[in-house]
Design a protein. Structure first.
Length: 157
């Protein structure tokens, strides 16, 4: 049966080589696009933190009254916590490890003369963040200098 289809394909290719080439090209592009999408789907649905993500939880606070059915931004579970709410959750010690994360801007100063201070965006977190997510700790808080800069570098493996 396979031999019969192969002979038909050769006969079609001899009769109209341009059309047969376009058909093969179209089918190969379709297979390539399908495989690309399946690969992207496989990568995007993978576990981002193998061995850790099953034990990570994000609390959701809804302080709206039960009869409030407005569905406004206050009922959005993806809305970040305010700093007082995050501090209250941290001080409740309801988990073995807890971390609060926030974004903001700060002013960076240089020790070199002639370099002006610069405003930079940053991400801020508490110390358990590194142990919870397995992020390597590079530099941190030094009480003598009075600085509190926490940085990390992505792993290269």
């Amino acid at each position: 049966m396979l031999e019969y289809y192969f002979r038909l394909a050769l006969r079609s290719f001899r009769r109209s080589p341009v059309l047969a080439t376009l058909m093969v090209l179209t089918i190969s592009l379709g297979i390539g696009a399908s495989m690309t999408m399946l690969t992207v789907l496989h990568v995007m649905t993978a576990d981002p933190l193998p061995g850790r993500s099953a034990h990570l939880f994000r609390p959701y606070l809804n302080a709206n009254p039960l009869e409030d059915k407005s569905g406004g931004s206050a009922s959005n579970p993806n809305r970040p916590f305010t700093w007082p709410d995050a501090q209250a959750l941290l001080h409740a010690h309801r988990a073995v490890r807890q971390a609060a994360m926030a974004r903001g801007s700060l002013t960076a100063y240089s020790d070199r003369s002639g370099v002006h201070p610069k405003s930079v965006n940053g991400s801020f977190t508490t110390r358990d963040f590194f142990a919870m997510l397995g992020v390597p700790f590079v530099a941190g808080w030094t009480p003598r200098a009075g600085t509190s800069c926490v940085t990390s570098r992505p792993r290269t493996s």
